[in-house]
Design a protein around this ligand. Structure first.
Ligand SMILES: NC(=O)c1ccc[n+]([C@@H]2O[C@H](COP(=O)([O-])OP(=O)(O)OC[C@H]3O[C@@H](n4cnc5c(N)ncnc54)[C@H](OP(=O)(O)O)[C@@H]3O)[C@@H](O)[C@H]2O)c1
Length: 343
Protein backbone atom coordinates (compact mmCIF):
# COMPACT_ATOMS: atom_id res chain seq x y z
CA UNK A 1 0.00 0.00 0.00
CA UNK A 2 1.16 3.51 -0.81
CA UNK A 3 0.65 6.61 1.39
CA UNK A 4 0.73 10.23 0.32
CA UNK A 5 3.20 12.43 2.20
CA UNK A 6 3.76 16.19 2.22
CA UNK A 7 6.83 17.91 3.65
CA UNK A 8 6.17 21.34 5.15
CA UNK A 9 9.40 23.34 5.51
CA UNK A 10 12.13 22.12 3.18
CA UNK A 11 15.28 23.15 5.06
CA UNK A 12 17.97 20.92 6.54
CA UNK A 13 15.60 18.35 8.02
CA UNK A 14 12.99 18.48 5.22
CA UNK A 15 15.70 17.97 2.59
CA UNK A 16 17.34 15.18 4.60
CA UNK A 17 13.99 13.40 4.99
CA UNK A 18 13.32 13.48 1.23
CA UNK A 19 16.82 12.27 0.38
CA UNK A 20 16.81 9.51 3.02
CA UNK A 21 13.42 8.36 1.76
CA UNK A 22 14.81 7.94 -1.78
CA UNK A 23 18.09 6.42 -0.60
CA UNK A 24 16.12 3.84 1.40
CA UNK A 25 13.90 3.08 -1.61
CA UNK A 26 10.74 4.04 0.30
CA UNK A 27 9.38 6.35 -2.44
CA UNK A 28 6.72 3.86 -3.55
CA UNK A 29 5.25 3.14 -0.09
CA UNK A 30 5.72 6.73 1.17
CA UNK A 31 5.01 8.78 -1.93
CA UNK A 32 6.02 12.43 -1.45
CA UNK A 33 3.31 14.39 -3.29
CA UNK A 34 4.17 17.94 -2.14
CA UNK A 35 6.87 20.16 -0.65
CA UNK A 36 5.93 23.49 0.90
CA UNK A 37 8.79 25.95 1.38
CA UNK A 38 8.93 29.75 1.41
CA UNK A 39 11.36 29.90 -1.50
CA UNK A 40 11.36 29.58 -5.29
CA UNK A 41 11.40 26.30 -7.20
CA UNK A 42 14.73 27.04 -8.90
CA UNK A 43 16.57 27.35 -5.58
CA UNK A 44 14.72 24.42 -4.06
CA UNK A 45 15.70 22.22 -7.01
CA UNK A 46 19.33 23.36 -6.79
CA UNK A 47 19.48 22.62 -3.03
CA UNK A 48 18.03 19.18 -3.65
CA UNK A 49 20.59 18.38 -6.35
CA UNK A 50 23.67 19.64 -4.47
CA UNK A 51 24.23 19.47 -0.72
CA UNK A 52 27.48 20.51 0.98
CA UNK A 53 26.89 18.10 3.86
CA UNK A 54 25.37 15.06 2.18
CA UNK A 55 26.74 15.33 -1.38
CA UNK A 56 24.91 15.14 -4.71
CA UNK A 57 21.41 13.67 -4.82
CA UNK A 58 21.82 10.10 -6.08
CA UNK A 59 19.07 10.43 -8.76
CA UNK A 60 18.36 12.97 -11.54
CA UNK A 61 16.64 16.11 -10.16
CA UNK A 62 14.94 18.88 -12.22
CA UNK A 63 11.68 20.88 -12.23
CA UNK A 64 8.86 21.81 -14.63
CA UNK A 65 7.93 25.14 -13.00
CA UNK A 66 5.34 23.59 -10.64
CA UNK A 67 6.86 20.25 -9.66
CA UNK A 68 10.18 18.97 -8.47
CA UNK A 69 11.02 16.03 -10.72
CA UNK A 70 13.03 13.20 -9.17
CA UNK A 71 13.80 10.35 -11.52
CA UNK A 72 10.39 10.85 -13.17
CA UNK A 73 8.44 11.32 -9.89
CA UNK A 74 6.43 14.58 -9.81
CA UNK A 75 6.36 16.41 -6.47
CA UNK A 76 4.17 19.52 -6.32
CA UNK A 77 6.06 22.56 -5.01
CA UNK A 78 4.12 25.09 -2.92
CA UNK A 79 5.13 28.33 -1.22
CA UNK A 80 2.36 29.07 1.27
CA UNK A 81 3.09 30.37 4.77
CA UNK A 82 -0.36 29.87 6.35
CA UNK A 83 -1.10 26.14 6.83
CA UNK A 84 -4.83 26.86 6.53
CA UNK A 85 -4.31 27.77 2.85
CA UNK A 86 -2.48 24.56 1.92
CA UNK A 87 -4.23 22.25 -0.60
CA UNK A 88 -3.85 19.07 1.46
CA UNK A 89 -7.43 17.92 0.70
CA UNK A 90 -6.96 18.33 -3.07
CA UNK A 91 -3.66 16.43 -2.84
CA UNK A 92 -5.23 13.73 -0.63
CA UNK A 93 -2.39 13.91 1.90
CA UNK A 94 -2.19 11.09 4.45
CA UNK A 95 0.54 12.67 6.55
CA UNK A 96 2.34 16.02 6.72
CA UNK A 97 5.87 16.03 8.09
CA UNK A 98 6.20 19.52 9.53
CA UNK A 99 9.92 20.29 9.29
CA UNK A 100 9.50 24.08 9.32
CA UNK A 101 10.38 24.63 12.99
CA UNK A 102 7.67 27.34 12.92
CA UNK A 103 4.95 25.28 14.63
CA UNK A 104 4.88 23.35 17.89
CA UNK A 105 1.35 23.05 19.26
CA UNK A 106 -1.95 21.31 18.65
CA UNK A 107 -3.78 24.42 17.43
CA UNK A 108 -1.12 24.97 14.75
CA UNK A 109 -1.20 21.30 13.76
CA UNK A 110 -4.99 21.50 13.55
CA UNK A 111 -4.64 24.04 10.73
CA UNK A 112 -2.94 21.36 8.61
CA UNK A 113 -5.69 18.90 9.51
CA UNK A 114 -8.36 21.50 8.66
CA UNK A 115 -6.65 21.87 5.27
CA UNK A 116 -7.28 18.17 4.66
CA UNK A 117 -4.20 16.33 5.97
CA UNK A 118 -5.02 13.12 7.87
CA UNK A 119 -2.04 13.30 10.23
CA UNK A 120 0.81 15.58 11.21
CA UNK A 121 4.27 14.67 12.51
CA UNK A 122 6.41 17.47 13.98
CA UNK A 123 10.20 17.37 13.53
CA UNK A 124 10.51 19.12 16.90
CA UNK A 125 9.18 18.74 20.43
CA UNK A 126 5.64 20.12 20.73
CA UNK A 127 3.07 21.05 23.38
CA UNK A 128 1.84 18.34 25.75
CA UNK A 129 -1.69 18.29 24.26
CA UNK A 130 -0.61 16.47 21.06
CA UNK A 131 -1.36 12.72 20.85
CA UNK A 132 2.18 11.39 21.27
CA UNK A 133 5.87 12.27 21.43
CA UNK A 134 7.79 9.27 20.21
CA UNK A 135 11.35 8.09 19.96
CA UNK A 136 11.59 5.26 17.49
CA UNK A 137 13.00 2.15 19.19
CA UNK A 138 12.09 3.43 22.64
CA UNK A 139 8.36 4.26 22.85
CA UNK A 140 7.01 4.28 19.29
CA UNK A 141 4.56 1.54 20.32
CA UNK A 142 2.60 4.33 22.04
CA UNK A 143 1.46 5.58 18.63
CA UNK A 144 -2.05 4.51 17.75
CA UNK A 145 -3.86 4.36 14.44
CA UNK A 146 -6.42 6.93 15.54
CA UNK A 147 -3.75 9.46 16.61
CA UNK A 148 -3.69 12.61 14.51
CA UNK A 149 -0.76 14.73 15.77
CA UNK A 150 2.59 13.42 16.96
CA UNK A 151 6.18 14.57 17.39
CA UNK A 152 9.36 12.60 16.66
CA UNK A 153 10.92 14.53 19.61
CA UNK A 154 14.36 16.10 19.05
CA UNK A 155 17.67 14.78 17.71
CA UNK A 156 19.10 15.15 21.23
CA UNK A 157 16.36 13.12 22.97
CA UNK A 158 16.63 10.45 20.26
CA UNK A 159 20.32 10.17 21.15
CA UNK A 160 20.04 10.45 24.92
CA UNK A 161 16.80 8.81 26.12
CA UNK A 162 17.57 5.22 25.02
CA UNK A 163 20.99 5.49 26.73
CA UNK A 164 19.51 6.86 29.98
CA UNK A 165 16.87 4.14 29.93
CA UNK A 166 19.53 1.41 29.65
CA UNK A 167 21.66 2.94 32.43
CA UNK A 168 18.68 3.40 34.72
CA UNK A 169 17.52 -0.19 34.29
CA UNK A 170 20.99 -1.61 34.93
CA UNK A 171 22.51 0.72 37.57
CA UNK A 172 19.81 3.21 38.58
CA UNK A 173 20.21 6.96 38.02
CA UNK A 174 20.31 9.46 40.90
CA UNK A 175 20.74 12.60 38.76
CA UNK A 176 22.89 14.02 36.00
CA UNK A 177 24.11 16.86 33.83
CA UNK A 178 24.39 16.79 30.02
CA UNK A 179 26.17 19.04 27.55
CA UNK A 180 25.18 18.80 23.90
CA UNK A 181 27.97 19.87 21.56
CA UNK A 182 25.97 20.63 18.42
CA UNK A 183 26.99 21.69 14.90
CA UNK A 184 25.77 25.06 13.63
CA UNK A 185 22.16 25.56 12.51
CA UNK A 186 20.26 27.92 10.23
CA UNK A 187 19.08 30.06 13.15
CA UNK A 188 22.67 31.36 13.45
CA UNK A 189 24.27 34.01 11.19
CA UNK A 190 27.52 33.42 9.30
CA UNK A 191 28.82 36.76 10.61
CA UNK A 192 27.29 38.86 13.40
CA UNK A 193 23.73 40.01 12.70
CA UNK A 194 20.57 41.11 14.51
CA UNK A 195 18.26 38.55 16.13
CA UNK A 196 14.93 39.56 17.60
CA UNK A 197 14.86 37.43 20.73
CA UNK A 198 18.24 35.88 21.54
CA UNK A 199 21.48 37.84 21.98
CA UNK A 200 23.62 34.74 21.55
CA UNK A 201 22.05 34.06 18.15
CA UNK A 202 23.46 37.40 16.94
CA UNK A 203 27.00 35.97 16.90
CA UNK A 204 28.92 34.46 14.00
CA UNK A 205 28.54 30.67 13.83
CA UNK A 206 31.94 30.48 12.08
CA UNK A 207 34.06 31.94 14.81
CA UNK A 208 32.81 30.88 18.25
CA UNK A 209 31.58 28.16 20.53
CA UNK A 210 28.16 29.56 21.48
CA UNK A 211 26.03 28.41 24.44
CA UNK A 212 22.31 28.45 23.52
CA UNK A 213 19.12 27.55 25.38
CA UNK A 214 17.90 23.95 25.29
CA UNK A 215 14.64 22.23 26.21
CA UNK A 216 16.41 18.89 26.66
CA UNK A 217 15.69 18.53 30.39
CA UNK A 218 11.97 19.04 29.65
CA UNK A 219 12.25 16.36 26.97
CA UNK A 220 13.81 13.93 29.48
CA UNK A 221 11.04 14.76 31.98
CA UNK A 222 8.38 13.96 29.38
CA UNK A 223 9.90 10.78 27.97
CA UNK A 224 11.31 9.36 31.22
CA UNK A 225 8.85 10.77 33.80
CA UNK A 226 10.32 8.74 36.68
CA UNK A 227 13.56 10.75 36.19
CA UNK A 228 11.74 14.10 36.06
CA UNK A 229 13.66 16.95 37.67
CA UNK A 230 16.91 14.99 37.89
CA UNK A 231 18.72 16.42 34.86
CA UNK A 232 20.21 19.81 34.05
CA UNK A 233 21.21 20.33 30.43
CA UNK A 234 23.52 22.71 28.55
CA UNK A 235 23.88 23.13 24.79
CA UNK A 236 26.89 24.50 22.89
CA UNK A 237 26.89 25.28 19.16
CA UNK A 238 30.26 24.76 17.47
CA UNK A 239 31.56 25.78 14.01
CA UNK A 240 31.02 22.47 12.18
CA UNK A 241 28.21 21.88 9.65
CA UNK A 242 26.91 18.52 10.84
CA UNK A 243 27.29 15.79 13.50
CA UNK A 244 26.98 16.44 17.23
CA UNK A 245 27.81 14.78 20.51
CA UNK A 246 26.21 14.35 23.90
CA UNK A 247 28.49 14.61 26.92
CA UNK A 248 26.90 12.91 29.96
CA UNK A 249 27.80 13.13 33.63
CA UNK A 250 25.59 10.88 35.72
CA UNK A 251 25.45 9.92 39.39
CA UNK A 252 24.55 6.24 39.39
CA UNK A 253 22.59 4.58 42.20
CA UNK A 254 24.86 1.53 42.34
CA UNK A 255 28.54 0.80 41.75
CA UNK A 256 29.73 0.51 38.15
CA UNK A 257 32.91 0.43 36.11
CA UNK A 258 33.66 1.82 32.66
CA UNK A 259 33.96 -1.79 31.44
CA UNK A 260 30.51 -2.74 32.81
CA UNK A 261 28.88 0.33 31.23
CA UNK A 262 30.57 -0.37 27.89
CA UNK A 263 29.52 -4.03 28.00
CA UNK A 264 25.91 -2.94 28.47
CA UNK A 265 26.10 -0.45 25.58
CA UNK A 266 27.86 -2.86 23.25
CA UNK A 267 25.37 -5.64 23.97
CA UNK A 268 22.41 -3.29 23.39
CA UNK A 269 23.85 -2.23 20.03
CA UNK A 270 24.04 -5.87 18.89
CA UNK A 271 20.68 -7.23 20.03
CA UNK A 272 17.21 -6.09 21.08
CA UNK A 273 15.11 -3.12 20.01
CA UNK A 274 18.07 -0.72 19.67
CA UNK A 275 20.07 -3.00 17.37
CA UNK A 276 19.78 -0.85 14.23
CA UNK A 277 19.50 2.43 16.13
CA UNK A 278 22.44 2.38 18.52
CA UNK A 279 26.11 1.87 17.70
CA UNK A 280 29.16 1.18 19.82
CA UNK A 281 32.77 1.91 18.85
CA UNK A 282 36.22 1.78 20.36
CA UNK A 283 37.96 3.29 17.33
CA UNK A 284 39.69 6.71 17.40
CA UNK A 285 36.95 8.88 15.88
CA UNK A 286 36.41 12.53 14.98
CA UNK A 287 32.90 13.89 14.45
CA UNK A 288 33.12 13.88 10.64
CA UNK A 289 33.30 10.06 10.70
CA UNK A 290 29.61 10.02 11.66
CA UNK A 291 28.39 12.27 8.84
CA UNK A 292 25.46 10.43 7.15
CA UNK A 293 25.30 7.84 9.94
CA UNK A 294 21.62 6.83 10.09
CA UNK A 295 21.69 5.64 13.71
CA UNK A 296 20.26 7.71 16.58
CA UNK A 297 23.33 7.31 18.81
CA UNK A 298 26.82 5.84 18.67
CA UNK A 299 28.57 5.29 22.03
CA UNK A 300 32.27 6.12 22.03
CA UNK A 301 33.55 3.43 24.41
CA UNK A 302 37.04 4.98 24.49
CA UNK A 303 35.67 7.99 26.37
CA UNK A 304 33.70 6.19 29.12
CA UNK A 305 35.00 6.94 32.62
CA UNK A 306 33.78 6.17 36.14
CA UNK A 307 35.02 8.20 39.11
CA UNK A 308 34.65 6.73 42.61
CA UNK A 309 32.44 3.84 41.37
CA UNK A 310 29.33 5.98 40.81
CA UNK A 311 30.08 9.15 38.82
CA UNK A 312 29.81 8.15 35.17
CA UNK A 313 31.08 10.21 32.22
CA UNK A 314 30.23 9.19 28.64
CA UNK A 315 30.29 10.55 25.11
CA UNK A 316 27.65 9.68 22.50
CA UNK A 317 27.86 10.74 18.83
CA UNK A 318 24.90 11.44 16.53
CA UNK A 319 24.34 12.83 13.06
CA UNK A 320 21.78 15.47 14.02
CA UNK A 321 20.43 15.70 10.45
CA UNK A 322 20.69 12.25 8.90
CA UNK A 323 20.00 10.18 12.02
CA UNK A 324 16.96 12.29 12.89
CA UNK A 325 15.63 12.33 9.30
CA UNK A 326 15.78 8.54 9.29
CA UNK A 327 13.82 8.40 12.56
CA UNK A 328 11.17 10.71 11.05
CA UNK A 329 10.79 8.12 8.28
CA UNK A 330 10.72 5.19 10.72
CA UNK A 331 7.98 6.86 12.80
CA UNK A 332 5.97 7.77 9.68
CA UNK A 333 6.21 4.28 8.23
CA UNK A 334 5.23 2.66 11.54
CA UNK A 335 2.30 5.05 12.13
CA UNK A 336 0.82 4.65 8.65
CA UNK A 337 1.12 0.86 8.78
CA UNK A 338 -0.99 0.94 11.97
CA UNK A 339 -3.68 2.68 9.97
CA UNK A 340 -3.65 -0.16 7.46
CA UNK A 341 -4.30 -2.69 10.24
CA UNK A 342 -6.91 -0.40 11.82
CA UNK A 343 -8.71 0.33 8.52
N1 LIG B 1 18.92 20.62 11.91
C1 LIG B 1 18.92 19.70 12.86
O1 LIG B 1 19.95 19.15 13.23
C2 LIG B 1 17.62 19.28 13.49
C3 LIG B 1 17.52 17.99 14.05
C4 LIG B 1 16.31 17.59 14.60
C5 LIG B 1 15.24 18.46 14.63
N2 LIG B 1 15.37 19.71 14.11
C6 LIG B 1 14.21 20.61 14.16
O2 LIG B 1 13.57 20.62 12.89
C7 LIG B 1 13.05 21.92 12.62
C8 LIG B 1 13.67 22.45 11.33
O3 LIG B 1 15.07 22.55 11.51
P1 LIG B 1 16.04 22.78 10.26
O4 LIG B 1 17.41 22.66 10.82
O5 LIG B 1 15.62 21.93 9.12
O6 LIG B 1 15.73 24.31 9.97
P2 LIG B 1 15.88 25.10 8.58
O7 LIG B 1 17.05 24.59 7.83
O8 LIG B 1 15.81 26.55 8.93
O9 LIG B 1 14.57 24.67 7.78
C9 LIG B 1 13.27 25.12 8.06
C10 LIG B 1 12.65 25.58 6.74
O10 LIG B 1 11.25 25.75 6.90
C11 LIG B 1 10.88 26.95 6.26
N3 LIG B 1 9.64 27.48 6.85
C12 LIG B 1 9.49 28.23 7.97
N4 LIG B 1 8.19 28.50 8.18
C13 LIG B 1 7.50 27.90 7.18
C14 LIG B 1 6.13 27.81 6.84
N5 LIG B 1 5.17 28.44 7.57
N6 LIG B 1 5.77 27.10 5.74
C15 LIG B 1 6.72 26.51 4.97
N7 LIG B 1 8.05 26.56 5.23
C16 LIG B 1 8.43 27.24 6.33
C17 LIG B 1 12.06 27.87 6.48
O11 LIG B 1 12.03 28.91 5.55
P3 LIG B 1 12.67 30.34 5.98
O12 LIG B 1 14.11 30.11 6.20
O13 LIG B 1 12.34 31.20 4.80
O14 LIG B 1 11.94 30.77 7.23
C18 LIG B 1 13.23 26.93 6.30
O15 LIG B 1 13.65 26.84 4.95
C19 LIG B 1 13.40 22.77 13.86
O16 LIG B 1 12.30 22.75 14.75
C20 LIG B 1 14.57 22.05 14.47
O17 LIG B 1 14.70 22.26 15.86
C21 LIG B 1 16.52 20.13 13.51
Amino acid sequence: MSYRIAINGYGRIGQSVLRALYERGLQHQLQVVALNELSDIETLTYLTRYDTTHGRFPLPVSHDGQHLLINGDKIRVLSIEDPQQLPWAELDVDLVMDCSGSFSNLAQAQKHLDSGAQRLLFSNPASTDIDATVIFGFNHQQLQAEHRVASAASCTTNCLVPVLDLLDRQFGIVNGVTTTVHSAMNDQPVIDSYHRTDLRLTRSALQSIIPVDTGLSKGIDRLLPHLAGRFECLHLRVPTINVSLMDLSINLASDASAQAVNRLMQASSCQGPLQQLMGYTEEAHASVDFNRDPRSVIIDGTQTRVSGQRLLKMICWFDNEWGYANRMLDVTDHWLRLRKIFD
